[in-house]
Design a protein around this ligand. Sequence first.
Ligand code: TMP
Length: 258
Amino acid sequence: MSRRSKIYEGKAKILYEGPEPGTLIQYFKDDATAFNAQKRATLQGKGVLNNVISEHVFTQLDAIGIPTHFLRRLSMREQLVRAVEIIPVEVVVRNVAAGSICKRLGLEEGTALPRAIVEYYYKDDALGDPMISEEHITAFGWAQDFELDEIIHMALRVNDFLCGMFAAIGIRLVDFKLEFGRFYTEEHMQIVLADEISPDGCRLWDMKTNEKLDKDRFRRDMGGEIEAYQEVARRLGVLPSADIRDIADGDGRKKRKV
Ligand code: TMP
């Protein structure tokens, strides 16, 4: 780990130089943050769970023809991804009212939206990721018109597919956040899905009980985050057989804390 050069460290992941040009290693930490990192904790095993959940989701999306940065999982906390130029826009797709849309528009949490709604936030921690419109994205050159068309189209395809995938395991996909990047080959540029798709960036409710199986448990001090993420992994059929709390964290040392 430490022999590789670190390219970027975010709140929940680290990017290291990959083994071949044009690749990166995406390392999943156990760190959890909320409210623009004003709230922080370490959730033992979260990185392992997000790694395998995101691997599963990206593999399924690849199988229906959605281009992604994902190449393969390397270890319990690492995956090999294509190096892409990240578009500085967080794309949120909502099916059911929850979180910031409830505050902004006075909606009751749990209200089904008339159709899937796509929102954009400018990726800038110093500004607290402000909400933006398509006009801002194209006027400031964060993405061109044709790129934005492709992003919306892909985001809605991902939403349709994931709604079905989660419904099949008794989970309602309330909302989620996506990030996209530009992948350059010698001949052309392709917009690909990047980052991760995991309970950190999705709202996932049990269909029968409405129990929250996502990071809102952390944001709202509900506890049971790891059990909830494990339940998602178990239902998807990707729960690691080893005790996830036993798998080494960022500093490479084995930890055991229950
Ligand atoms: P919001 O309701 O707080 O705007 O969040 C919408 C979705 O986006 C929710 O599933 C959580 C996810 N999200 C992130 O992944 N990162 C963020 O920084 C924020 C604010 C939300």
